[in-house]
Structures are given as structure tokens and as C-alpha cells.
Ligand binder design. Structure first.
Ligand code: ADP
Ligand code: 5GP
Length: 216
């Protein structure tokens, strides 16, 4: 996973693809995104800022930038966020530097953000040249009960936080029609295959190209 924008742009002839993944907590977004990133070394993961405390296996700068509420607020005041939202009682936001410069340089970007954040990205990019190279994917569970089973199995939240996440899940699940693609993460391998297929198809969108490779 690269966190520094390479000095050399990937190609001046095409914009990168912005792959936005949303869905309720516990559907397996992190798991599938990590697997996709391993298979696609050219894909940049947009590392979000968050005020939530890190989980045991999470690394600062790789999974998130873990910041204080004060630092988050400073960045917000300075206009550094492309989007931000309060999710399950903590703040999360995408820095502008994680998306637009990468797309401009021809690099593809993967974003794992909540439904409200995805709405803001769609709105904020709607009048830019990147609008049509963004692809929005909704991750759903096979059932509500499976979300709870997975969250309990993950064991990263106490009962209070878990109840909040489950409660929010019902609301978030209503938003699936706002997205271009729906992936139901039942079997992990199938979900990974589905996300990879969506990504590969997005790379072939004509709107990404400034010029085709040939001259007539
Ligand atoms: P999210 O990022 O959407 O909150 P995670 O990727 O953390 O979800 O996954 C939640 C839990 O569910 C993790 O313990 C993960 O290992 C497990 N999990 C993910 N996908 C599947 C799947 N297809 N089948 C069973 N368990 C899964
Ligand atoms: P978690 O705390 O489980 O890592 O993430 C909780 C929720 O926050 C998930 O729905 C995830 O997609 C969302 N999220 C992560 N980063 C961002 C971000 O930068 N912006 C927004 N709006 N949501 C985010």
C-alpha cells in the first residue's frame, strides 16, 4: 500500500478510478478491501482521519490517521476535508490530498467511507472532471443477523458500541439504491471476485480517457 503520492504520475492520458465502498459496520468491507489491495498493488487506499481509538491490529497511517478531536477540527477549519461525517459517535473524514491528486495523476483510489460521506463525495465532485470516473459500491450482508454474528466474532467493540453499530446498520441498509453496484458479502471469495470485477470494469470506462492511444 502506498501512502505517498509518487513523484511520477501514472499517466497523463487518463484519470484514475475512484472506487467508493460503503455499507454497514460488520459487512466485511475492511476484510475485502484489504484483500483487493494485496492483489492490486497499483490501487491507493485513501487513509481516512478518525477520532475513534485504534483497534489492536490497526496501524496509524496505514488503516487510519488516528487524530484527536482538536486536530480533526483544525483540519476541518483549514478546509482539508473532501468529506466528513460523524459515524457511531466518532468523526471520520477523507483528506482532499487522498483523492484528487491521485486521480489527476492517473492512479486509482479505494475509499471505505460511510453512506453520508459517499453522498458528500458525489456532491462535491459532481461538477469536476472526476465525477464520471467515480464508481460507488454498496456492501451488504446476507442478513441482519449475520452482521451481529460477525461483529461479535470480531470482538472489537463493547456491548454499548456494538448496539449502536447494529442500530445504525438498519438505517444504512436503506441507502443501497444510491449506489452503482451491490455486493452481498456472503462468501468472502465471491465478494472479493465481485469487487475486483467492478474495479476492472471501471478501469475500462471511456470517460476516464483524455485521449485514446491511437491517432487518426
Ligand atoms: P467492516 O469493515 O464492514 O466493519 P470487517 O471487514 O471488519 O467489517 O468484518 C467484520 C468481521 O466479519 C470480521 O471478523 C471478518 O473477519 C468477518 N468477515 C468478513 N467477511 C466475512 C464473510 N464473507 N464471512 C464470514 N465472516 C466474514
Ligand atoms: P470503523 O470504525 O468500523 O473502521 O468504521 C466505521 C464506519 O466509518 C464505516 O462505515 C466506514 O466506512 C466509515 N468511514 C471510515 N472512514 C471514513 C471517512 O473518511 N469518511 C466517512 N464519511 N466515513 C468513514
Amino acid at each position: 500500500m502506498r501512502n505517498q503520492l509518487p513523484m511520477q504520475s501514472g499517466s497523463s492520458n487518463e484519470f484514475g478510478v475512484g472506487l467508493v465502498v460503503s455499507g454497514p459496520s460488520g459487512t466485511g468491507k475492511t476484510t475485502v478491501c484489504r484483500m483487493l489491495l494485496e492483489r492490486q498493488p497499483g490501487l491507493h487506499f485513501s487513509v481516512s482521519c478518525t477520532t475513534r481509538p485504534p483497534r489492536r491490529e490497526e496501524a496509524d497511517g496505514r488503516d487510519y490517521r488516528f487524530v484527536s478531536t482538536e486536530e480533526f477540527e483544525r483540519k476541518r477549519q483549514a478546509g482539508q476535508f473532501l468529506e466528513l461525517a460523524e459515524v457511531h459517535g466518532c468523526y471520520y473524514g477523507t483528506l482532499r490530498e487522498e483523492l484528487e491528486p491521485w486521480l489527476e495523476g492517473g492512479h486509482d483510489v479505494l475509499m471505505d467511507i460511510d453512506v453520508e460521506g459517499a453522498r458528500q463525495v458525489r456532491r462535491n465532485l459532481s461538477t469536476t472532471k472526476f465525477a464520471r470516473s467515480m464508481v460507488y459500491v454498496f456492501f451488504g450482508p446476507p442478513s441482519l443477523a449475520e452482521i451481529e454474528r460477525r461483529l461479535r466474532g470480531r470482538g472489537t467493540e463493547d456491548e454499548h458500541v456494538l448496539a449502536r453499530r447494529l442500530n445504525n446498520a438498519k438505517e444504512e441498509l436503506r441507502a443501497w439504491r444510491e449506489y452503482d453496484y451491490l455486493i452481498v458479502n456472503d462468501q468472502l471469495d465471491q465478494a472479493l471476485h465481485d469487487l475486483q470485477s467492478v474495479y476492472q470494469a471501471a478501469r475500462r470506462l471511456t470517460v476516464r480517457y483524455v485521449q485514446p492511444p491511437w491517432e487518426v
